[in-house]
Ligand binder design. Structure first.
Ligand code: PLP
Length: 440
């Protein structure tokens, strides 16, 4: 038996139906040729709507329910929901389901933009933790349990942790969960980059295994489903499942793509086939590449030699290794780095290194309005330098990795302005500013 939702999609598409339903390409009959030349007809033939035999994402009773149950079993949750709006939508649902307007949520200031927009949606008030910053790599560190619960007076409605971070830094979720649970506070984990955790002896345990209540994974990032497809897992009984369902119904499209949903089912099945060994090759390649790259004396990559990295930071470059990584690509990466290192004429002095270092501008932030009130407040446009000391009205976020530098309601600081202008000068895409040039 194949994966239930994949099988249902296959059977449904195979019917000789006279179709009078959406989508308008009509099972591929009217598919635009520019795209079929690129990807063929099959994606269109299988791009079906909520037909009775395909179940309903918001009230699953058939193959979607079955597929979600199989995912719950594999990942170790009590209940799993398939998402078509990425982990973004799962994080928003998790925060909406746990925090009512005016309630507090503890979260790191370097959270992904989805956690910040979740506060606009839910009306939750942030209590930020500033994770330690590793200046050598210019990346944020993890969170410690004592940082987590440094709250004055009011009990927070939820604690939100990113583990692993975009750069793979994990926090001790077992300790954090134990501490939070002793106060009856649910722990939400952004595990966007950790759907693989627990599937190899050298990997840390998953967030669910460590006691988290709600965990959101970008199945599409580390596992092999289509972009935009993710999973939300729930464990224990601290969180009300009905609130999760209501939040997801509010946030997700009423026309979820069955290609995305089936790809989640297929990615789960792929992992279920040999969960003990599936990551062996990728782990071996990553370890080998690490050893080889460490031997290269120059640590700066100056250009792109056909090797596409995930993220270029000011002090580090992120290369993602996954199930599709092959030896030939690793060899290309290593020899590309070697060649760059050998050819490089620009030898950086310690002085310029220090000057170029991009510190995260989060240590001196202060909030004048909560994110929701600031989001809905009237805005005024001022020159960029004139904005110093004023209350920010926009959610300004360099992408990737999608961590907002300015959040609605925060006082604009000189460091934040300098940081934003600096990353923009380096060519980073900055989203959320109504003036994309950042002159105002
Ligand atoms: C740490 C983190 N959380 C959440 C997300 C959102 O995930 P998605 O792209 O699946 O919506 C991302 C995406 O880059 C991320 O890096």
């Amino acid at each position: 038996m194949g994966p239930p939702l994949v099988s249902a999609l296959k059977a449904s598409a195979a019917q000789n139906a006279a179709s009078f339903h959406f989508p308008g390409h009509n099972r591929g009959h009217a598919a635009p040729s520019s795209l079929t030349k690129l990807i063929g007809l099959k994606p269109f033939i299988h791009d079906l709507p909520e037909l009775p035999e395909l179940d309903n994402l918001f009230s699953p009773e058939g193959p979607i329910l079955e597929a979600q149950k199989l995912a719950a079993k594999l990942f170790g949750s009590q209940e799993t929901w398939f998402l078509v709006g990425g982990t973004t939508c799962g994080i928003q649902a998790a925060i909406m389901a746990t925090c009512s307007p005016g309630e507090h949520i503890i979260l790191p200031r370097n959270s992904h933009i989805s956690a910040i927009s979740a506060m606009v949606l839910s009306g939750a008030i942030p209590k930020y933790i500033i994770p330690e910053h590793n200046c050598n790599w210019d990346i944020a560190g993890g969170i410690t349990p004592s940082q987590e619960l440094e709250m004055e007076g009011q009990k927070p409605a939820a604690v939100f942790v990113i583990s692993p971070t975009y750069h793979g830094i994990c926090s001790n979720l077992t300790e954090i969960s134990q501490l939070c649970h002793s106060y009856g506070i649910p722990v939400i984990v952004d595990e966007a980059h950790g759907a693989h955790l627990g599937f190899h002896p050298q990997m840390p345990h998953s967030a669910l295994k460590q006691g988290a209540d709600l965990v959101v994974q970008s199945t599409h990032k580390v596992l092999c489903s289509f972009t935009q497809s993710s999973m939300l897992h729930m464990s224990g009984n601290v969180v009300d499942r009905e609130k999760i369902c209501r939040s997801l119904q509010t946030l997700q499209s009423t026309s979820p793509s069955y290609l995305l949903l089936a790809s989640l089912d297929a990615a789960r099945a792929q992992l279920s086939e040999n969960p003990e060994t599936i990551f062996n090759k990728a782990m071996k390649l990553a370890t080998e590449a690490k050893i080889l790259i460490k031997k290269i004396p120059d640590d700066i990559l100056y250009g792109n030699h056909g090797i596409v990295s995930e993220l270029v930071g000011s002090q580090s470059i992120t290369f993602a290794f996954n199930l599709g990584t092959c030896k030939e690509h690793v060899q290309r990466l290593v020899s590309g780095l070697q060649e760059l290192s050998a050819c490089s004429l620009q030898i950086e002095t310690t002085e310029t290194k220090v000057k170029d270092r991009g510190h995260a501008p989060f240590t001196d932030i202060s909030m004048s309005l909560n994110p929701r009130d600031a989001f809905f407040a009237n805005k005024r446009k001022v020159g960029i330098r004139e904005s110093l000391g004023k209350v920010c009205g926009e959610l300004i976020c360099p992408y990737p990795p999608g961590i907002p530098v300015m959040i609605p309601g925060e006082i604009i600081t000189e460091r934040a302005l300098d940081y934003l202008l600096g990353v923009r000068r380096k060519g980073v895409v900055v989203t959320g500013a109504s003036d994309p040039l950042l002159s105002s």
